[in-house]
Design a protein around this ligand. Sequence first.
Ligand code: MTE
Length: 317
Amino acid sequence: MLIRRPTDILPSEITSEHAYLQRREWLKQAASMGLIAGLPAFAAGDALAQGSRLAGVKPNPAWQLPDEKLNKAEEFKSYCNFYEFGTDKTDPPAYAKSLKTRPWTVAVEGEVLKPKVFDIDDLFKLAPLEERVYRFRCVEAWSMVVPWVGYSLSALINQVQPKGNAKYVEFVTLADKAQMPGLRSSVIDWPYNEALRLDEAMHPLTLLTLGAYGEMLPNQNGAPVRMVIPWKYGFKGAKSIVKIRFVEKEPRTAWMKAGPSEYGFFSNVNPTVDHPRWSQGSERRLGEFGKRKTLMFNGYGEQVSSLYSGMDLKKFF
Ligand code: MTE
């Protein structure tokens, strides 16, 4: 398979998918043998100097799915939802190529003691990057297994120090008509936004995501920075984020505005609460025929169900 190949990477530096998968196997074995600690720490500078390849990112042994097969990088890159570039799955790969991801800043503001505008290169250095293999379940009943690269959003939240009245975290994404042809459509009230309750945002699984498959994020998958919240439907993971806002009141999100009866604030993966137009009880894994059963909280119930204790998840869908 072909890997994106910026002109500043030597052919010898490009990781083929085969080599990538071999490395993953090796890393899995090394992790089980306790060898991982001997790997060099991630150096963000190295990665940036090398183009899209992220060097030395360690797998986080706590978040691997050894029993799941990874989706192919090509499946991940070619079947996308990114409405700023069009509503077809193939629009973002076709039209997001020109998205300018440098320079890029993310303004962190609102109810925090230390608001800050982060340069994207500083975000790469804010905490050690690690690889986590997560199940990813789209609300449209398809799913993937992806090796993401990033770190827990809590690392950033701890730096800006939310005030006592900060109850929610809102993610606002780029809306630039000059670069994003999809903004001509009014299907979304641009800019695309999403939000989490502060305790959800602080959960260690909640990943500030800067890469996937050992490389920086492809533009169509939300470069240079997006969110991945693996126990929620994929649309909660805002792409190409420019602002993170801490607020007191629950924000109205892009999809809640577009279809209030169809999309709730929580949007936890829940096979017992169907979308009004289709079942959420099963899903099609990209690359597979047939369907598999959808797992409560996408299989992360042990880690996250306590966040919702006492809540009626049919009401708070
Ligand atoms: N973020 C922005 N800015 N715009 C979008 O249209 N689509 C969401 C989410 N984040 C979207 C977005 C939806 S519906 C899904 S399923 C995931 O991105 C898809 O991520 P992927 O294309 O990398 O698989």
